[in-house]
Design a protein around this ligand. Sequence first.
Ligand code: MG
Length: 218
Amino acid sequence: MSASSSGGVIVFLDIDGVLLPFGSNAAAVEPPALFDDACLSALSALLAAPLPCEPRLVLSSTWRAQPAFVADILDEFRRFGAANDGSPLGAVTAFVDATSTEHFGARQHEIASWLERRRAQGQAPAAWVCLDDEELLDGEECAERRAMFEGHVVQTRSDVGLTAEQAARAVALLRAQLAGSGSTSKRRWGDGEEEGEEYDENVTQGLQTHLSAVSRTV
Ligand SMILES: [Mg+2]
């Protein structure tokens, strides 16, 4: 499979619970930073990993619905890039796309819809991976498309966010897909710990609380 002959390499990026850990156990982020630097560092490492073509980010978080929030994400990338010379995040000036803002439902369905649309356009990604704290494989909502997502999911812990190890696993999944290899285990690349204990409707509230604490000019 050639990465250059199709839709390239895509990373579906969630924000809450991936770059912005939340919950009672989450470490506080000190303003003016908006996201956890350790999580940004992990994402930076993923983007810097040698691959046949550069991974491109598709925003799959609910943050996609608000242009001001998207701008905040890009500002954070810029801040991190300025403080960490050579980070590819400093060069990210836009998302290549976002999942649909017309329909919100199960995260897995939103991502699947994006992929199916791209495939219909003959632009299916050569490789793709989802960075998300939401469940994308298990459960009734995910059952129908589970096979489609196996080998494409790195599930973070909401209160920790993306780790360096998980970023490396994401790279391994992308490489395995590009190589057409069946050698990578098609299980969820989580961290093996109990998950899902605190993912709930507080995401939006947490986001709003966090944003209100950060000096912003909108
Ligand atoms: Mg999330």
